[in-house]
Design a protein around this ligand. Structure first.
Ligand code: ZN
Length: 676
């Protein structure tokens, strides 16, 4: 087993040597070792008095040990996904989840944390660690009597299955629908690539013409570009009735699944002792109560509604008639083109990836006095991957990160930051943190470097914000270091904050250099880019508020047998929506975030973190975006603290007051109304 590269003590994973056959033995080994260590620890503690050092720190080591084995596997599963690796990965999932449940439901372990909690000193990090863990124990039902405990477990399992069923119904409903068109005139406006695919679909099916399937990119192309209004309506209808009673084929109707999910969530929350699921969900978040979130969203709605109504009126004036739901994207795109006439393709040549990355390094240095040094000798999983060491101006090593920037086969789409090594300092040896920064930009070709769109640049800054959050931590215990232990509704603060730099003229000049002439982005394009940022910001804001309020209202109901979800939605729309939706719109039936994913009673998190980020940014905007004192305070109060303080207190320490919503409204071009 010593030859297994997943089981070494090396500071960095030996990525190039990890093979699928290493995965299962390594995981089994670490799970066995951890179970043994846990048993020994628990038995020792029966005869000793447990404290943070002798009980909790060894448990931190166990978690870290598992992370060091499984982290590289799950990373490779995302970025180098061969069938063999996928098999090995899937093979391991049941054992891993069994282990996790075992830990979460271990009564004796929970009691150990409780004993330690009663005798904690004033180490803030230690206190947060223990309290977070106890809270999570409670939320997984550890202290319930046996019968209720097993009921809770059964509910969670059922909910997992229902979530999967919800997603499956959407997929089945989508794949059962298509639209065949034989007259090219009806398809005017659609991009060539979409037509090409549709023509191929038709010929594959032995048909004449163009066959469109119901996937997201095709739907978005159709609704945005197709000039034929009735075809747009047809596509729109198919999209918003997916997996519902109103779908052309209603056999994949999610109505029962939704009702079941809401009912079981309520029961689960009730078992743990909460009034409703929303309260359960908020127990681990930054927001204190459902009322606080409702008030927050409501306030944004009041401030935004008139602005959004004006945007809609302008759009209708531009279109020359009243618009239906299936007209909005089409006319918006036309209006956007006319107003700003700046396209991605125009901007790309100014943003070669290497140049942008160099600019990003300059920004990091100006802000925090940190240097990113390329370390060519570090072993990676692909020749395009680079490793950078992060050091302070005085030479102190802070940590490092891998960049894997380009799209390629067998790599998951999207962009993300993931932890590779957590900062740890528990036995006198400091382990510095390491991150993965992954994007999917267009790869360089033989003659042209990788050229980014502006939205790619914003993405890179976003992920770099998460990366700094992970790397700049000064917390010594892995489970509350970096992004660990940071509540879901606050974790996007550093990333969304960082995006703002990518919109600043000063930074845009620093980042850009035409790949042929090295000319920075011209001022005229910078102006256009900046003004396009607030295009229809009001309408977009209201849409997010509608989703968030709807999600919260659904989960804050008490005790009803069943919920009429569309009555709830109608009530919310009455308050915050300005675009009229047809009566057959079945949006909830495909609202995956809350029924299939992890956002239940948490959809508001997007706006919540955005408000924090915009307000933090306003402090920089007030003092100059590279003001050393403000940057230093942001670093100390927000980026370094991990999950060791209440974020509301941390924010206040940084900003000198609680967060305000005004900076986000101003940033979105929405005039702030003074209320008395
Ligand atoms: Zn993010």
């Amino acid at each position: 087993m010593t030859n297994n590269p997943l089981l070494t003590d090396q500071p960095l994973p030996r990525f190039s040597q990890i093979q699928p056959e290493h995965v299962e033995p390594a995981l089994n080994q670490v799970l066995t070792d951890n179970r043994e260590s846990l048993e020994t620890l628990l038995s020792n503690m029966r005869n000793e008095s447990p404290n943070f050092e002798n009980a909790i720190l060894p448990l931190e080591e166990l978690g870290d040990r598992l992370g060091r084995v499984w982290g590289p596997v799950s990373h490779l599963h995302s970025v180098k996904n061969t069938p063999e690796l996928r098999d090995a990965y899937n093979q391991c999932l049941p054992a891993l989840s069994r282990y996790q449940t075992e830990m979460a439901q271990n009564t004796e372990l929970c009691a150990l944390y409780q004993q330690v909690a009663d005798h904690l000193g004033d180490d803030e990090a230690a206190r947060s660690l223990v309290q977070n863990t106890l809270r999570d124990f409670r939320l997984s039902g550890v202290d319930l009597p046996e019968d209720k405990k097993s009921r809770f477990k059964a509910l969670i399992e059922q909910l997992t299955q229902l979530g999967a069923k919800f997603e499956q119904n959407i997929l089945d409903s989508m794949s059962g629908w298509s639209l065949l068109e034989t007259d090219l005139d009806n398809l005017a406006g659609l991009p060539a690539t979409v037509l090409e695919q549709a023509s191929k679909n038709a010929s594959d099916a032995g048909e004449e013409g163009w066959r469109f399937e119901l996937d997201q990119p095709t739907y978005i192309s159709f609704i945005t570009h197709a000039e034929n209004r009735s075809l747009r309506q047809k596509f729109y209808r198919a999209w918003v009735t997916r997996a519902s009673d109103c779908a052309d084929d209603p056999q994949f109707d999610n109505t029962q699944v939704i009702n079941q999910i809401l009912k079981l969530r309520h029961e689960a929350a009730d078992l743990i002792g909460f009034h409703h699921y929303a309260e359960y969900s908020l127990a681990s978040k930054m927001a204190d109560s459902v009322e606080e979130v409702q008030e927050f969203l409501g306030q944004l709605g009041v401030q935004t509604k008139a602005h959004a109504e004006e945007e809609l009126a302008q759009l209708e004036a531009f279109a020359g008639n009243t618009l239906e739901a299936w007209d909005i994207a089409f006319w918006s795109e036309k209006l956007r083109e006319e107003r700003y006439s700046v396209s991605d393709e125009q901007l790309r040549p100014y943003f070669p990836a290497d140049r942008v990355f160099k600019g990003l390094c300059d920004v990091a240095h100006k802000l925090y006095g940190i240097n990113l040094n390329y370390r060519e000798e570090v072993d990676t999983w692909h020749p395009e991957v680079r490793f950078y060491e992060l050091s302070q101006d005085d030479g102190t090593i802070i940590g490092g990160f891998y960049t894997d920037l380009y799209a390629r086969q067998h790599k998951r789409s999207g962009a993300w930051m993931d932890e590779c090594v957590c900062r740890k300092n528990i036995d006198g040896t400091l382990v510095t943190p390491v991150a993965h920064l992954v994007c999917n930009f267009a790869a360089p070709t033989e003659n042209t470097p990788s050229l980014l769109t502006h939205s790619d640049v914003v993405t890179l800054f976003h992920e770099f914000g998460h990366t700094l959050h992970h790397l700049l931590t000064r917390i010594d215990y892995p489970s509350v270091a970096g992004i660990n232990g940071v509540p879901w509704d606050a974790v996007e603060l550093p990333s969304q904050f960082m995006e703002n730099f990518a919109w600043e003229p000063e930074v845009l000049r620093l980042l850009s250099g035409h790949y042929q002439t090295d000319e920075p982005l011209p001022d005229m394009l910078i102006d256009k880019l900046q003004s396009s940022r607030i295009f229809q910001a009001g309408l977009q804001m209201l849409r997010q508020l509608e989703f968030a309020l709807f999600d919260l209202a659904l989960h804050a109901k008490q005790g009803e047998e069943s919920t009429d979800v569309y009555a709830v939605l109608a009530e919310v729309r009455q308050r915050v929506a300005v675009i009229k939706q047809p009566e057959w719109n079945r949006f909830a039936h495909s609202f995956s975030h809350i029924f299939g994913g992890g956002y239940a009673a948490g959809y508001y998190s997007y706006k919540w973190a955005e408000v924090l980020a915009a307000d933090a940014w306003s402090a920089f905007a007030e003092s100059g975006i590279f003001d050393a004192e403000v940057a230093n305070r942001f670093r100390q109060e927000i980026l370094e603290i991990g999950g060791t303080r209440k974020i509301s207190a941390a924010f206040e320490a940084f900003r000198g007051r609680p967060p305000h919503v005004e900076p986000l409204l101003i940033q979105s071009g929405i005039a702030v109304q003074v209320t008395s």
